[in-house]
Design a binder for this molecule. Structure first.
Ligand code: ZN
Ligand code: ZN
Length: 558
């Protein structure tokens, strides 16, 4: 073991002790030892053991630790600390710009244990409220984490959307004699993208030259396949086909395997037949058109044949911003800006649902502040008429499944969204107890981000989707499709079951800024996969229809 490794071990130990808030004096002495050992010109492992303790700055106790490391190759106190520290916290230590003090706050006060959760907290402005974190440090942390996560090669759809569109644009311009089509998971609107796939008629050597010149790494290079990796570490795959077989090839690479197998069984699929368009493939088989993003399950083919496919929701079918946060809690903007911008953008109403009192980390609203916020809303509503702001709250679902205020306070809201934000580590039994209690509460109208998942960052707590859907039917509760590209929760794979049973979905941006309004789009993209129509989506309701919906909901309260 060389000096650098020994010094690193002391340095990590000292940081871990700081993070755990243990014995300041010892932590300092380990940090000093790291500093001393790093500077030594002689290797400790080459010294006789009895000399080590007399090296200046080392002494008896540190000396013992050094000898242990040289003899055994490991350092038991450090191992103990590593074992009692969550993996995500250890990962945080590798991220530039977050020292032990900050990590301690993040872990102990914000109860964040993974870097994905931390990134999400930055996006929700949670950090800038804390001592030692300004807006600047929040921004730096956000960038450092994005970079770190990016190096793992998987991305949220939204993170690589612009890159993908520009790449296709550039290729089409540069090689205008040839054709390109995006295929694969991007064409399917999948929430996570681990590879981009293009079908092209461009000869592979031409593309290979182009990407080599651009500094892309070439991973695979055959007659009909090229795989390159860009600086984002995202694999990009090109499949070469002929002009004749172009649509055929795009079709085969723009659906799930399940869909393709079912298609082959139910039609006379011929790999070498030429089609003039994607639509022509369906026409020639006498099957109504199925949009690319719906080519997931085998059953969609029969649904199409039986003419059950309805026009799916579009981004401009979203008429309102339901679920948003202002700077009354952890949002970035004053309420008046949120409202006037929503009005300018053509939305008919805004449901402002700041955090409730238990969400101290998000500056949740105590009762006095709710009263003041409601006064402000009344005044703004006079000014912005016919646009309307609805009084809402994103109430924490407490540990026992209760909502976060007494009934008379809950009564003062037009609409209550109930979400779990704390104690996320729980069994399915516990999660279901909390969720079902909240759904059965007569004040609950919308169940927020059902599983608490953060894509690529944190699994949700385990839930029984079927039981939740049934409870929402029984209690006339709307299920949110949280449209934040890192949430997209309820998972689109459960939406069909929900709407078939008669549950309303609500595509909600959970906007923490004006920019956040635009996240509705990512909710729509996945909702389209599930076949959601605008009639099945609450945030597509006109103002008048929404008011009527609220009257029905309020009948539950008596
Ligand atoms: Zn929430
Ligand atoms: Zn929220």
């Amino acid at each position: 073991m060389d000096n650098n490794t020994i010094a690193d071990n002391f340095s990590i130990l000292s940081k871990l002790m700081d993070i755990h808030g243990d014995n300041n004096f010892k932590a300092k002495s380990y940090a000093a030892a790291a500093f001393t050992i790093e500077k030594l010109t002689i290797q400790l492992s080459e010294m006789p053991f009895d000399k080590i303790q007399s090296v200046r700055g080392i002494g008896a106790s540190i000396g013992k630790n050094v000898i242990e490391q040289i003899q055994t190759g490991s350092f038991s106190i450090l191992q103990e600390y590593i074992q009692k520290t969550p993996e995500g916290i250890l990962t945080m230590m590798q991220i530039k710009g977050i020292g032990p003090k900050k990590i301690a706050t993040i872990w102990k006060e914000l109860e964040i244990e993974t870097i994905g959760e931390l990134l999400y907290a930055c996006e929700e402005n949670r950090l800038s409220n804390y001592k030692g974190f300004g807006e600047k440090s929040q921004q730096n942390i956000k960038e450092a984490i994005s970079f770190y996560l990016g190096s793992q090669g998987s991305y949220l759809y939204q993170e690589i959307e612009n890159f993908t569109i520009h790449l296709q644009d550039n290729l089409e311009k540069k090689f205008s004699d040839f054709r390109f089509s995006i295929a694969g998971s991007f064409a399917l609107h999948n929430e996570i993208i681990s590879e981009l796939c293009f079908i092209t008629t461009t000869p592979i050597p031409i593309l290979e030259d182009f990407f080599t010149l651009q500094g892309f790494e070439i991973k695979l290079f055959t007659d009909n396949n090229l795989q390159v990796v860009n600086s984002l570490k995202l694999p990009i795959h090109f499949i070469k086909t002929t002009d004749d077989l172009f649509y055929n090839c795009v079709f085969e690479h723009s659906c799930s395997d399940t869909f393709l197998n079912a298609w082959k069984e139910q039609t006379n699929w011929n790999d070498s037949k030429s089609f003039s368009s994607d639509k022509a493939i369906f026409e020639s088989n006498n099957i109504p058109f199925i949009p690319v993003y719906q080519r997931e399950n085998a059953s969609i083919i029969q649904d199409a044949i039986q003419k059950k496919l309805k026009p799916v929701i579009q981004v401009n079918d979203i008429k309102s911003i339901i679920h948003s946060h202002s700077n009354w809690s952890d949002g970035a903007e004053p309420l008046e800006n949120m409202a006037s911008t929503a009005k300018e953008k053509g939305y008919e109403y805004l449901v402002i649902s700041d955090h409730s009192q238990s969400a101290f980390y998000a500056n949740g609203l105590r009762v006095e502040r709710i009263v003041s916020q409601h006064q402000q809303i009344d005044e703004l509503n006079k000014k912005l008429h016919p646009f309307r702001i609805f009084k809402s709250i994103e109430s924490d679902i407490l540990n026992d499944g209760g909502l976060d205020y007494s009934d008379d306070v809950l009564e003062s809201f037009d609409i209550v969204i109930a979400s779990i934000h704390s104690n996320l580590k729980m069994t399915e039994e516990k999660a279901m107890m909390r969720l079902i209690n909240a759904i059965e509460n007569p004040f609950t109208s919308i169940l927020g981000h059902m599983t608490g998942r953060l894509l690529l960052s944190r699994n949700g707590y385990p839930v029984d989707h079927k039981r939740i859907i049934d409870a929402c039917v029984a209690n006339n509760v709307v299920i949110e499709l949280n449209a934040h590209p890192r949430r997209l929760d309820i998972d689109w794979r459960w939406i069909k079951e929900a709407i078939d049973k008669g549950v309303l979905i609500s595509i909600n941006p959970d906007a923490h800024s004006i920019q956040g309004f635009d996240d509705c789009k990512y909710g729509v993209l996945v909702a389209q996969k599930a076949g959601l129509t605008k009639y099945q989506n609450l945030s597509s309701y006109s103002l008048a229809d929404f008011e009527e919906f609220l009257m029905e909901q309020h009948q539950k309260r008596n």
